[in-house]
Design a protein around this ligand. Structure first.
Ligand code: C2E
Ligand code: MG
Ligand code: MG
Ligand code: MG
Length: 286
């Protein structure tokens, strides 16, 4: 019986592997035609200054609705797009689309100041033409450099580090803002913030979700804020879901907030509606 079970387990293990391999292949194939088939879209999540309630910007997040696979999470397809090299093309589309949208929002009066954040992958950063591509996007859309923020993690920056640092310096001298994403996870560490010319630290949501109950995470966030202060960097907290989170972060002196508490990532129309509702609420005396 033990032997049979062993065999079954082996069989199951193989099936899982096979399914995973099939999924992988399906995604890889799907990604190759996704741009042509117009299967990508962006959703936008507001970033708010909790002191004034002002919207300081929005992060553009990629969504893929595949004809074969349905909605696929970026956590699943980004690594595959990264490995297959597709992410360079996809990332360019993201940047162009987000920039166009931000320019349009300012022009339409949806927001008066709008800094749009875009996530950047490792293989984009190791592309020698990357800063040129950024400049082209700015030129073709009319987005001001200071209206663009590029987010990436340490793991994305560490490849060909010298080149990446030089390119980051170039981007900063163009006026583009750089943010270190997921700070506090294994992907971004202390050394990153000093080695690269970041102006923003985004604290990962794993440090935020229990910040009102966990003195250890509170202590970590405190020290990140102190570090940022000394390095003249700004801090934004990710994954802020509750009023308790906001209150605690305010006490600690972290005012830039992104998370479900203020708004989920939203498609264009929903974001515009959200902005409209906010304006109405903020005009009304409380
Ligand atoms: P990220 O850049 O750290 O983005 C934040 C993620 O946290 C988003 O997940 C967002 O929906 C989620 N989030 C925001 N607020 C909350 C909250 O209050 N609670 C919780 N539980 N989650 C919250 P999403 O959209 O699934 O994206 C996952 C990751 O995929 C992103 O993490 C980023 O690393 C990557 N990604 C997304 N779009 C792009 C893209 O255009 N290019 C690249 N290279 N990566 C992307
Ligand atoms: Mg991000
Ligand atoms: Mg993040
Ligand atoms: Mg992330």
């Amino acid at each position: 019986a033990a032997k049979r079970m062993g065999r079954n387990q082996y069989h199951l293990f193989n099936e899982t592997l096979k399914n995973a391999a099939e999924q992988y292949l399906l995604m890889q194939q799907g990604l190759e035609t996704a741009l042509l088939r117009d299967e990508f879209s962006l959703v936008y999540q507001p970033q708010v200054d909790s002191r004034s309630g002002a919207v300081i910007g929005a992060e553009a997040l990629l969504r893929w609705n595949s004809a074969e696979l349905g909605f696929v999470s970026p956590q699943d397809f980004i690594p595959i797009a990264e490995q297959s090299g597709m992410i360079r093309q996809i990332g360019e589309w993201v940047m162009l689309e987000a920039a166009r949208q931000a320019v349009k929002w300012v022009k339409d009066g949806c927001c008066d100041k709008m800094q749009i954040s875009v996530n950047v992958s490792a293989s984009q950063l190791s592309d020698p033409a990357f800063s040129h591509k950024v400049a082209t996007v700015l030129q073709t859309t009319g987005l001001l450099p200071r209206q663009l923020c590029l987010e990436f993690t340490e793991s994305a920056a560490i490849r060909e580090e010298e080149h990446v640092i030089a390119m980051c310096d170039e981007l900063v001298s163009m006026g583009v803002t750089l943010a270190v994403d997921d700070f506090g996870t294994g992907y971004s560490s202390m050394r990153t913030v000093t080695a690269f010319p970041f102006q923003f630290i985004k604290i990962d949501r794993s440090l935020i979700f229990d910040i009102d109950r966990n003195p250890r995470n509170e202590a970590v966030v405190r020290s990140v804020l102190e570090l940022a202060d000394r390095l003249h960097m700004n801090v934004l907290a990710e994954g802020v879901e509750t009023l308790e989170h906001v209150d605690m972060l305010q006490q600690l002196g972290c005012y830039y907030i992104q998370g479900y508490y203020y708004g989920r990532p939203m498609a264009v129309e929903a974001f515009e509606q959200w902005m409209l509702n906010r304006k109405i609420h903020m005009k009304r005396p409380s």
